[in-house]
Design a protein around this ligand. Structure first.
Ligand code: DX5
Ligand code: ZN
Length: 220
């Protein structure tokens, strides 16, 4: 098993004090997850590239994980690549030319991610798994923090693990949506490498202690 990574999602941070909310974590996170929403692919609005750039300036060494929920995904690659994220993820459902999009991200020296909504089968991305560094499985329909985990998605993680093994690939499996202390162990057991957590971290009085507690639930 690869190391288990925790990616707090700033969508659940104080929108008027995102930096302060991240600072509260005292650096005890693996990736910093940034949800970009366009009011079109998902029924909500969040951040644009200026926020991604500002985060990179303020946290030069953080692993910044940008999750694009925008359509067409291709149209927004350049502006987010400019913010120098570590990982840039597009949705399969929002990219007509997925192979081209993932190739372009990789060519820019950024880790390429492909995301799937809960109802989208893993089979649809089989032809691009060899050019994906991360596969993000949504465990809620994207658009909002604080929704309930859809447990059926864990089967998709198991399928992905088998495909990865069979083909000798190295992509990481990331899960996003409704992850909390109650389902964390289940999420890890089905083979997830990176757990995104919004409300379960920032909705608690001591987010840093919560992240530490989550690690214990998995490693302890
Ligand atoms: C949902 C976003 C998630 C969200 C997760 O559209 O992609 O990253 O912030 O929040 P929680 O953990 O509260 O479900
Ligand atoms: Zn996300």
């Amino acid at each position: 098993l690869k190391p288990f990574l925790i990616a707090p999602s700033i969508l659940s941070a104080d929108p008027l004090a995102v930096g302060a909310s991240v600072d509260v974590l005292k650096g005890d996170f693996d990736w910093l997850h940034v949800d970009v929403m366009d009011g079109h692919f998902v029924p909500n609005l969040s951040y644009g590239p200026a926020v991604a750039k500002a985060l990179r300036r303020r946290y030069p060494d953080a692993v910044i994980d940008v999750h694009l929920m925008v359509e067409p995904g291709e149209d927004f690659l350049d502006m987010f690549l400019e913010s120098r994220p570590d990982c840039l993820t597009v949705h399969q459902e929002a990219c007509r030319h997925l192979h081209r999009a993932l190739s372009k991200i990789r060519a820019a020296g950024v880790r390429s991610g492909v995301a799937l909504n809960p109802a989208t089968p893993v089979e649809l991305i089989k032809p691009v798994l060899n050019i994906a560094d991360v596969v993000l499985l949504m465990s809620v329909d994207p658009g909002f923090g604080g929704q309930s985990f859809i447990p059926e998605v864990t089967e998709k993680a198991v399928t992905l693990c088998q495909l990865r093994e069979a083909r000798g690939l190295k992509f990481l499996i990331e899960m996003d949506g409704g992850i909390n202390a109650a389902n964390m162990a289940q999420v890890r057991r089905c083979g997830v490498d990176v757990a995104v957590m919004g409300s379960a971290v920032f909705g608690t009085p001591d987010p840093a202690a919560t992240v530490a507690k989550m690690r214990l639930l998995v490693d302890g």
